[in-house]
Design a protein around this ligand. Structure first.
Ligand SMILES: [Zn+2]
Length: 239
């Protein structure tokens, strides 16, 4: 499998400069994001979820009709409402901070001071340039700074940020920053290995490529610690 690796510890100045020289089509096709925060309007939550569903349903019906589809067909007539509910309640529910997992921390009673790796977290997201799926595995790790987090919360934090229109680089950084904030430590590592359907099913139609992004904060920037993390990620499960 071909992979391109993108390191995200620092946003490079040359990338930012390059961005301002590209037009909207080029930005989309090159899959370049503009900021770490998901670009949101100030009034993003003035409308209720029900109002959003009604509005999306109306506009998605317009899109389908514009494409020439017959919305009186039994199979198609419910689609605009289904898509609208899926957008708001499921695949883009991570846009709403009200859905952010509340991370309860526990005392590190065992004094466990090695890295903890939660690997192979399956996630589904969507490319913000094409609104088609990105899916793959996220591997996250941290070294406790006195507190520990429930393992399922690591999974939920990944899912929360995945349920947004995304670019993989931003997804990686958003998960890393959230874990650093919640766990009150810089010592966080993320590796995401994902497939983008906008690359495999359209555009260059490369069905075999995958994209790897990584983040190594604090102690993980140390080569030995980073290699230990990567070794655990590569380790075949024995059960
Ligand atoms: Zn795309």
């Amino acid at each position: 499998m071909k992979q391109k690796e993108i390191m995200l510890n620092t946003l490079r100045k040359e990338d930012t400069a390059l961005l301002s020289e590209l037009n909207a089509d080029e930005i989309g096709n090159e899959h370049i994001g503009t900021s770490i925060e998901t670009p949101m309007k100030k009034n993003a939550f003035d409308m209720s979820n029900d109002e959003k569903i009604k509005k999306i349903e109306f506009h998605f019906k317009e899109i389908m009709e514009t494409l020439g589809l017959d919305l009186t067909d039994d199979s198609l007539k419910g689609t605009p409402n289904r898509v609208a509910k899926m957008y708001v309640n499921e695949i883009f529910s991570g846009l709403d901070p009200a859905n952010k997992p509340i991370a309860k921390l526990f005392d590190n009673k065992y004094q466990y001071n090695q890295m903890l790796v939660e690997k192979d977290i399956t996630f589904y997201s969507n490319c913000e340039h094409h609104f088609v799926p990105i899916f793959g595995k996220a591997h996250v790790a941290y070294i406790s700074n006195g507190k520990v987090i429930g393992l399922s919360k690591l999974n939920r934090i990944v899912q929360y940020f995945a349920k947004r229109p995304q670019v993989q680089e931003r997804l990686t950084i958003q998960i890393a920053k959230e874990l650093q904030t919640v766990l009150k430590t810089e010592d966080v590592a993320i590796l995401i290995d994902a497939k983008h359907l906008c690359v495999s099913s359209r555009g260059v139609e490369d069905a075999n490529s995958a994209t790897v992004t990584s983040f190594y904060g604090g102690k993980f920037a140390n080569e030995t610690t980073k290699q230990e993390f990567l070794k655990y990620v590569e380790m075949k499960t024995q059960y």
